[in-house]
Design a protein around this ligand. Structure first.
Ligand code: FUB
Length: 372
């Protein structure tokens, strides 16, 4: 099987190893998003799932005390039928994982259940993509879940170790909503909460500032709904200011519009910083890319710079970026372990290269062999 050359993919030494392996492996057939089937050799899923004893997704990675921790969603098969509100993502708990050393056979430790929906007084279901932060020796787990009225809220739970168990607050974070919380710690000790997800994530229902049970979207030439940001108070459990838009703009300084299918924000906002440049990366939903922009401020505006990750197997694309022992890594998921089931995903990681000019080398996890 010949592998198409790709302009930007994985580091060359990694590619060589997997091209070698590709010549001797079996072929599996996948269909993505209703598109035609395509034969994809198993070796073209070069980053092996890090965790294979359960399905995991939406990996938020952080280094605490020299160790790498991953806070993913825990995908399960609950039998809920797939719908546009994401009911089939019916997750109920979180496990925390850690890595001491990245090697060709990276060992990942499962630290067990860290929080279950039944422990959260206000939450009823759908424990979606979480994130974590550390402050003064305490650890905070941020998570979205639906409340008794079927509205996504953002919760927070506290622990004395990075692995929990986490004790949840009785109420969700006041005035925080939608999904995909991620917390960025700036060099000056400030912490910022980013949230937002379209469609199932309900961000489109909050555009007036309060929840409206109606899905309204901008016209194609209007600015897309942007992710939201607020600084966290010192207690790490409340917002220091109302959520506000994080504007993502194009190369001409104009906000990205709804019709910009390949670049518009959908969910999974993540911020990392190198020197004084803030990078905001995010998923584009239907077009299934991870795109990114840069800014001089955590509030933005972020100017679009390029793509971090090409589409992966499965409908969702969700990632995080973290530096560990001097190298940057991209954490993402795909559905290769479940033979393409969108709601049963597996976390993977790969080195991420930042170029001298500050741009990021796009990762294509399958060297162009996956139907997009
Ligand atoms: O895992 C459930 C949802 O799917 C996440 O919150 C989204 O980002 C998408 O990955």
């Amino acid at each position: 099987m010949k592998i198409k050359a790709k302009k930007t993919a994985l580091p060359v030494n990694v590619i060589n190893v997997f091209m070698l392996v590709a010549s001797v492996v079996s072929i599996r057939v996948y269909a993505v998003n209703g598109s035609s089937n395509k034969k994809v050799p198993e070796a073209l899923f070069p980053q092996k799932p890090l965790i294979t004893h359960m399905y995991t997704a939406d990996p938020s990675a952080h280094v605490f005390d020299g160790k790498l921790y991953i806070y993913p969603s825990h995908d399960i098969e609950s039998g809920v039928v797939r719908d546009s509100s994401g009911g089939h993502f019916d997750m109920r708990d979180y496990h925390v994982f850690s890595i001491d050393e990245v090697t060709p056979n990276t060992k990942v430790v499962d630290h067990g259940q860290a929080l279950h929906v039944d422990q959260v007084p206000w939450a009823t279901k759908q424990m979606w993509a979480p994130d974590a932060a550390e402050k003064d020796g305490k650890y905070y787990l941020y998570f979205p879940a639906k409340d008794k009225n079927n509205i996504f809220r953002i919760g927070v739970a506290t622990a004395n170790t990075p692995t929990g168990p986490f004790v949840p607050e009785a109420q969700p974070i006041k005035d925080a909503y939608s999904i995909d919380p991620s917390v960025f710690q700036d060099d000056d000790g400030s912490y910022y909460l980013y949230v937002g997800g379209i469609m199932g994530g309900q961000l489109q229902r909050w555009q007036t500032g309060s929840y409206i049970e109606e899905d309204k979207y901008p016209a194609d030439n209007e600015p897309v709904y942007m992710p939201k940001i607020a600084k966290l108070n010192a207690d790490m459990k409340s917002l220091a200011q109302p959520l506000q838009d994080v504007v993502i703009q194009d190369e001409f300084g104009k906000p990205i519009v709804q019709g910009d299918f390949d670049r518009k924000f959908f969910e999974a906002a993540w911020v990392h910083k190198i020197k004084d440049i803030y990078y905001l990366s995010y998923s584009t939903g239907h077009s299934r890319f991870i795109q990114y922009g840069t800014s001089k401020s955590p509030y933005g505006p972020f100017t679009w710079r390029g793509k971090v990750l090409e589409p992966v197997l499965g409908w969702t694309n969700h990632h995080s970026i973290a530096e560990f022992k001097g190298k940057w890594y991209l954490f993402f998921h795909d559905s290769s372990l479940s033979d393409g089931k969108t709601h049963l995903r597996s976390v993977k990681m790969v080195e991420l290269i930042h170029n001298e000019d500050g741009t990021i080398q796009t990762v294509d996890a399958y060297f162009g062999e996956l139907d997009k």
